[in-house]
Ligand binder design. Structure first.
Ligand code: HEC
Length: 142
């Protein structure tokens, strides 16, 4: 009986080990921004500008948050790319608080929809700590 259990246990472990070995490692998401020598690519720079036009009045300078909207530098540490896009397109209303906490939907706002990837790239660079606060410098050839 003891012998049988050992075999079963061993079989189980070997099977799960080889299953784990066969599973391809999830490819890490490629960084949605390019920064070289402290300078950003065109998309990231555009994202910075679009963020300033459409999001900053609520989410604060540099994505740092304000008294009524969360820090997107923090949010992008846990939100997926898809979750980010979903909230920006559809908006969100936090109905559980007594305060009005409304994230407006931007699905009809061209200036946001067309450049949502750039905005994401800029905020992700801030969130990853790859880009400091303030107006970024553009790469020379961008
Ligand atoms: C009128 C103010 C306002 C504007 C403008 C605004 N937001 Fe928001 N946003 C909010 C509020 C308030 C919340 C929190 C909603 C909640 O509590 O669920 C929020 C939530 C979010 C979230 C979810 C954060 C999380 O941690 O779940 C994302 C992502 C987001 N906003 C992105 C943006 C982007 C990108 C823009 C510009 C295109 C933008 N927001 C413009 C007020 C705003």
């Amino acid at each position: 009986m003891r012998f049988l259990r050992a075999v079963v246990a061993a079989g189980c472990c070997v099977a799960s080990l080889s299953a784990a070995a066969q599973q391809p490692a999830a490819a890490p998401e490629e960084a949605p921004y390019k920064i070289e020598g402290g300078r950003v690519d065109r998309g990231t720079y555009n994202g910075y500008r679009r963020y300033g036009n459409s999001c900053e009045r609520c989410h604060g300078q540099d994505g740092a948050g304000s008294s009524f909207a969360p820090s997107l530098v923090q949010s992008l540490k846990h939100l997926t790319h898809d979750q980010f896009s979903e909230v920006v397109i559809n908006g969100r209303q936090n109905v559980t608080t007594s305060q009005q906490n409304v994230m407006p939907p931007f699905g009809q706002v061209e200036d946001v929809v067309l450049y949502i990837e750039d905005i994401y790239g800029y905020l992700k660079a801030r969130s990853d700590g790859a880009l400091g606060p303030g107006r970024p410098q553009r790469m020379a050839n961008q």
